[in-house]
Design a protein around this ligand. Structure first.
Ligand code: CTP
Length: 443
């Protein structure tokens, strides 16, 4: 990790007791529109005499020369008041939480390539009434705000208001840990207070290829039972964040090794076969499958949990409150996996009949996992073409022919559709001729 030039230079200066300013680096790292926005917020904070800091992941990523995706802004004082000033001056819209002293400045509609929203947070301290509870919040200074955070590498801050623009704050040794490639918790209760941090540390360790400092690992081990006590939703949010990473298997393998998965649910595991499945997760799920926005994550859970015994997979899905369609796909998985190879020699109408009630998510999963080219082709044909084939004639046409409405309608229309699918009719004229035959036969 110490190969990062910027980090080495900054660390050396910091150790020599020099003040470190990263204004130039920040200016180079942020897209122009975002930088202008940040400068505007800084100017407004200066005018309001509110010390303003960029904190957390943004500073960490800047120092690691990684793309700076987002910035969390912390105000020593009233973040909501700053937000109101910004809206008056620059537009946008504010939503705020009085109790937490936080505001979200929504920027949609503002000119340029600006983020959709910016979080403005009043510097605060937190107290956890009991392990795993949501924290009680009171206002504090930047030091206290940094102390409530998870790992030292996330406690670096850059002051932004006025002449301070770019000045680095490192009260908790984050810089040294960043350079050492190490994740260090700030105190022994960190994971007990907030067990979701157990999954966060594994996510950061995998993403940054950092190690977990020894004492922090001990604290993590002690706090494991807490993961079984917080809600399934909170665990799911963190697992989802892991699955959205570029290399989820690294984090999940470590979670298995440390007993983290068993602490979440006794039936939950991770092994090489699961890693092999997850390695096939595409960057984008084929839009032929009607799966919407959460397609990739739903598919990731399916590729993982489908390896568990059926009951166990469903129990885990229920505990994590995964969407119903993941459970449905888990239920459908093995039957479908067995049937698909047999269907590859079948007529399209037979395929449609067999697959029409199968969940799209399960089929998308098998399309990704199958090594059988025939199966993949079958699924692509089904999703892309066959399932959309309909006869041109409908119930009204049958009624016009003087047929009494009834179950026969369904049978006739299904026969017409099958004829189109299997190439027995290839034009509306042929379809009508077939209908004539069908009507003539009494069934
Ligand atoms: N944080 C924390 N404990 C948590 C969640 C968040 O202490 N359970 C703190 C961390 O200091 C973190 C900051 O809140 O830096 C913002 O959280 P988040 O946006 O999730 O973290 P990032 O570091 O920005 O992560 P990412 O790079 O994945 O966006």
């Amino acid at each position: 990790m110490a190969s990062h030039q910027l980090l080495e230079r900054v660390l050396a200066a910091h150790r020599a007791g020099q003040r470190v300013h990263l204004a130039a680096e920040l200016e180079a790292a942020l897209p122009a529109a975002q930088l202008r926005l940040l400068q505007a917020v800084a100017a407004e904070a200066e005018a309001a005499e509110l010390p303003l800091y960029m904190v957390g992941g943004g500073v960490r990523d800047l120092l690691l020369s990684r793309p700076v995706k987002d910035f969390d802004l912390v105000v020593e004082g009233d973040a909501i008041a700053l937000g109101q000033r910004l809206v008056r001056k620059l537009g946008g819209r504010l939503t705020s939480h009085r109790r937490f002293g936080t505001a979200i400045w929504h920027l949609e509609g503002l000119e340029g390539d600006v983020p959709a929203a910016i979080d403005l947070i009043s510097a605060r301290r937190e107290r956890y009434a009991h392990p795993g509870a949501l924290p009680e919040v009171s206002f504090g200074d930047i030091q206290q705000d940094l102390l409530r955070r998870d790992f030292s590498i996330n406690t670096l801050a850059l002051r932004l208001d006025g002449g301070h623009f770019g000045r680095l704050l490192d009260p908790l040794g984050g810089l040294a840990d960043l350079a050492a490639g190490q994740l260090r918790g700030l105190h022994d209760r960190s994971f007990i207070d907030d067990p979701t941090r157990i999954l966060r540390i594994l996510r950061f360790a995998a993403r940054l290829e950092f190690t977990i400092e020894a004492r922090t690992a001990t604290w993590l081990g002690v706090a494991l039972p807490g993961l079984g006590e917080i809600s399934g939703e909170r665990v799911r949010n963190e697992l989802t964040a892991i699955l959205a990473e570029a290399a989820p298997s690294r984090a999940l393998a470590q979670a298995e090794a440390l007993g983290v998965l068993a602490a979440i649910h006794p039936a939950l595991h991770f092994d090489d076969a699961m890693a092999a499945s997850l390695a096939r997760l595409p960057d984008e799920v084929d839009p032929l499958w009607a799966l919407g926005e959460t397609a990739r994550i739903d598919l990731a859970y399916l590729l993982w949990l489908r390896h568990l015994p059926a009951e166990a997979g469903l129990a885990v899905a229920a505990h994590l409150r995964l969407p119903q369609r993941v459970s449905e796909a888990l239920v459908a998985w093995s039957g479908l996996a067995e049937r698909l190879p047999q269907l590859s020699a079948a007529a399209p109408s037979e395929v449609v009949l067999a697959l029409e009630s199968a969940p799209d998510l399960a089929m998308a999963g098998l399309a990704v996992e199958s090594d059988d080219e025939n199966v993949r082709e079958l699924l692509a044909n089904y999703a892309g073409q066959w399932r959309h084939v309909r006869p041109t004639l409908n119930g009204h046409d049958l009624s016009r022919r003087g047929l009494e409405p009834g179950p026969r309608y369904g049978r006739i229309l299904a026969t017409l559709r099958a004829a189109w699918l299997d190439g027995q009719v290839t034009s509306p004229d042929e379809e009508r001729a077939l209908l004539d035959q069908l009507v003539a036969v009494d069934d």
